[in-house]
Design a protein around this ligand. Structure first.
Ligand code: PMV
Length: 346
């Protein structure tokens, strides 16, 4: 490497996020544009660390390692994304990249890592662009927009605490191209909310998100769903301001149930809950009835259960998880995560 060759290294850690109002369905013929707005908590412990060593070269080159090993599946996904979007990262045309990535959550926890990994990747790339152009800061709006192109929900991971993605009349400045931060719009109770992720199955996703979104195109309930989701977003934005936890629980659980109901009535039908998912939910209903603690659940496109609760109730809920719910988790595994501060440069 000649001394004059531009080269260096960047490293970012970026979190996963859990949607409260779900993104499920894309506008046909458009680049990752959601059919309805969605809202999420940005997590803390479930994150991806990505580093890139870059070196000026006569063409674009890419080498990818995950957990220190070659990973052809991820390498292909990243190469396809970058080739398709080279015009968004023009400096890459003459750059050789060595990318290493690692998830901070257990390898086989069944947790989708595309939001954390794709947001970490985009932040690294924009950091290189920042150095190349001699700029001071990364534009987080641009980071969110490019992360969206890699994986829709990844656009929400670049903001701390909570984010909203998708145009809604209920929030000025919201749009379909990138997410906006809700950090300054939320009641203090949500700033330290807990998300305990109960690992019911550690198997790889049964249906890819891409295939899942596509099933919505022919789903008979699609229009009703998109209408409901828009109403849920409007109500939840109010709730996030006023801290009404009863309504928060009602909307969050309705969203999880709708996501799975939509999958069940797709053609072909998809069933992602497992018997232990239902056991956990039924135990939770009983615990909430007995204690009046505002703990609720949400589900991603899989069988694992996310229990959401305020910090003030953490001790009692965590005791309940250990006493009653751990038995339904693979090897008793659950991850005590919470709302986090967003991505950071390492
Ligand atoms: O970002 P994708 O394409 O992996 O889709 C995410 C879909 C859900 O996780 C089910 C919901 C959401 O809004 O995150």
């Amino acid at each position: 490497m000649s001394e004059n060759t531009l080269h260096g290294g960047v490293k970012w850690q970026s979190p996963s996020n859990i949607a409260l109002v779900k993104y499920w369905g894309k506008k046909p013929g458009m680049k990752q544009i959601p059919q309805n707005p969605s809202i999420s908590f940005t997590l803390s412990k479930c994150s991806t660390e990505t580093s890139i060593f870059y070196e000026e070269s006569d063409r674009f080159g890419l080498h990818f390692r995950f957990d220190g090993k070659e990973n052809p599946e991820f390498q292909t996904k990243i190469a396809e994304f970058l080739k398709e979007h080279l015009s968004d990262f023009p400096f890459l045309n003459e750059m050789d990249l060595n990318i290493s990535s690692h998830n901070t959550f257990p390898h086989s926890s069944g947790i989708a890592s595309s939001a954390s990994s794709m947001s970490a990747l985009v932040l690294c790339l924009l950091d290189i662009e920042r150095v190349v152009n001699g700029e001071k800061k990364i534009d987080m709006k641009k980071a969110s927009c490019l992360a969206r192109l890699a994986s829709g929900s990844a656009c929400r991971s670049v903001f701390p605490k909570m984010a909203l993605w998708g145009a809604t009349d209920a929030f000025d400045g919201s749009c379909d191209d990138y997410a906006v931060s809700l950090e300054n719009e939320i009641h203090p109770v949500f700033r330290s909310y807990h998300d305990s992720i109960l690992i019911v199955s550690d198997a790889k996703k049964a249906v890819s998100s891409r295939a899942g979104h596509a099933l919505m195109d022919a789903n008979a309930y699609a229009d009703v769903r998109y209408h409901e989701a828009r109403q849920h977003v409007a109500t939840l934005l109010e709730v996030l301001k006023n801290g009404d936890l009863e309504t928060f629980c009602r909307i969050t659980e309705a969203e999880a149930m709708q996501l799975h109901a939509l999958m069940m009535c797709s053609e072909p039908s998809v069933m992602l809950m497992k018997p232990n998912t239902l056991r956990i939910i039924n135990n939770l209903y009983e615990f909430r009835r007995e204690t009046d603690i505002p703990v609720c659940f949400t589900l991603d496109a899989g069988p694992n259960v996310h229990l959401l609760y305020p910090d003030s109730d953490a001790e009692l809920v965590e005791r309940f998880i250990m006493d009653e719910l751990e038995r339904y988790c693979v090897d008793g595994t659950w991850i005590a995560d919470h709302v986090g501060d967003g991505p950071s440069r390492c």
